[in-house]
Ligand binder design. Sequence first.
Ligand SMILES: Cc1ncc(COP(=O)(O)O)c(C=O)c1O
Length: 378
Amino acid sequence: MSRYTIPLMRPWIGAGVKKRVEAVLDSGFLTEGTVTRSFEDAVRSYLGAQRVIAVTSATVGLEVALRALDVGPGDEVIVPDFTYPASAHAVSLVGATPVLVDVHPRLMTIDLFAVEQAITSRTKSVMPVSVFGNPIDYTQLNSLKQRHGFSVVEDAAPALGASFNNVPVGLLADITVFSLHPRKFITTGEGGLIVTANHACADWMMSYKQFGMGISDGRLQSVFERVGSNHKLSDILAAVGLEQMKNVDMLLSKRVDLCEYYNKSLAGVNGVTQSEVTPNGFHSRQSYIVFVEHRDQVMAQLRERGIEVQIGTYALHREPAFKENAGVRHHGEFTGSNWAFEHSLALPLYHELTGPEQDKVVHELKSAIRACAESPAR
Ligand SMILES: Cc1ncc(COP(=O)(O)O)c(C=O)c1O
């Protein structure tokens, strides 16, 4: 039971999930099998994608995607500084060097000017992050890509349902990875999805995540063609995801409505700066982010009042794992990332959140901002 009267997130499970999970349990087949294939198919047809591969997390998905593109020691991958650490972890895990660059402060997505400045002869990939569900401007990114010839692995962990110029996130990068962690609106508890139109890469990834077994016509062969690992998503978890995918449009539109209500209620409020959406983008609203002064103090006060709020995400250059060293390169200043890190606040956002609860969040937020402006912590 949450100690908060209004939690940050409460996953929507839906009536059919228990039945579906029970059916898997009754079947006696619990590892990855036909239910996981059906879940992948459901996501594939939702996106209009060529190939979808389920794995145990987005972090694993990013690592497998980089391996599939042969990114490894000696290579650099450009990553935004303002992101969940998993983006850069995946780069380090394959032995490549994450190159951290700044983000736009209010869009919070990677600064494409900084990307261009950071490119060297070692740059093999760029990993933009559609942070909180805000899509990347692919018009600009693709023009850089054409000029410099890198591959794009998008960390779209929070961005299922987002699009740019009406093209779904998932169809824009060479390889895209989504998360199924419970703060995402489609969740399997833990899990990830890799999406690509590159069939050779998809076959390689399917093989790698299943002990390196051979693949022929999309089917596993009992021969071990390469060294691989085990990142299979169990049918038990896929059953949860499959049921949720039946409701994907309804779940997404509810989140968009909730965010519209926050947008209206917070417009022009003293002390609140609203985040921005990428022009020509559709934001899938994994989180609702505002920027406030004295963020930590405001956050503490809201929590004391029973409202669970959270920082936006991390500025990686400030974390011990990503200080500049032989395995991590920092490029330029991190003005946008530092500002977003210090000011961003995620407000409660989940399917069952009611209008009166949103009103209470807004009321308490305004009152905490006023209190903190009058007596800021020293
Ligand atoms: C931007 C980003 N990348 C990667 C991850 C990691 O996803 P997972 O927990 O599925 O490994 C997250 C998780 O929240 C995320 O927000």
